[in-house]
Design a protein around this ligand. Sequence first.
Ligand code: PMP
Length: 364
Amino acid sequence: MIILGEKLTLSELRKRLGKLSLYDISTWVKSRNPEIRLDLGQPDVPVDERIIEAAVNSLRRGETGYTATAGINELREIIAEREGVDPDEVVVGAGGKIMLSAAIMRASLVGLISPHWTAYERTASSFDTPVKFFKTSIEDGWIPHLQELGVDLLILNYPNNPTGRIIPKESIREILELAEDEDVKVISDEVYAEISWRDFTPLREMSENVITVKSFSKLFSMTGFRLGYAIGPKKDIRELQKFMEATITCVPIFVQRAGIRAMELWDEIRARISEVYRKRGELAYKILSKKFQLTPPDGAFYIFVDTGVDSTLFVDKMVDEGISMFPGDVFGGYDTFVRISLVSDRLEYALGKMVKVKEELEDS
Ligand code: PMP
């Protein structure tokens, strides 16, 4: 808890609270008002004007009422065509996260490969769903070597938040085979699938046991529209649809119209956006790999960097320089790591400061 007007370091805050949550860190970062925010999962590229126009036009046409729970037909159809599935294998929802929550809520034991996106753990804890963690290491290139799952739901996330990695197809296949043998349902969180520059095969093409979760938040920067979808076996999709019915009723129709326009612009936007993050990923790797341990990113817009020191201390020093990033504890206890979001066009400057901070720490 931060008391208004107090100027605490993150290390002091951790001492006070014992353990830091994502919420504590976000509140702290905001209170320090850094000039460059590399802690956010929010793309800095603006939403395409044509997508905004589609939403505004829909509202002006008077599309302000309820719609079908699973999504309007035009949207489900254009998604189905793009993904190569039937429209009734698609359900639209308010962002990818609600699909994940619906699955986590019902599970008895969720398996997470760490490092993992913090929200899985937070969601599980708010529904009292226990979690089993499968830790991976940078030395292994973040590839899991699993012998047994022993869970009823496994969440996989490639391209990965926070590492930016896509593990080799063979490793994914091994995990999917293990899940099939143990009858474990797999959720493949592919919200970053289109932001990638390494071959990526959708996991549902490798196993029938998979529900895929996708989002308009990342590729199209439409985070605040709250639009995502799930693809999967009809039985699972019907279950998700029931959950939407019981919770959100439907996604606002003008948001869905924006989604249709986004799908029409997919190829154009994908080519442009992937290139933006590929270049930033390469730049980040070039600058940081001389001083830090990290794997080159294959997709998404994150890098996960070993600072070699307590990452809370490192984040403190960086925030003093006006640059924010997340300490690695919240991604599964990687407490010398930081996650850096490649969501600024001032990366060269910001990462140069990281090198400077590291050198200062080495000299002190
Ligand atoms: N999965 C991962 C791995 C994410 O990083 C995010 C967003 N930070 C989401 C899902 C959720 O996306 P949405 O905005 O569609 O809920």
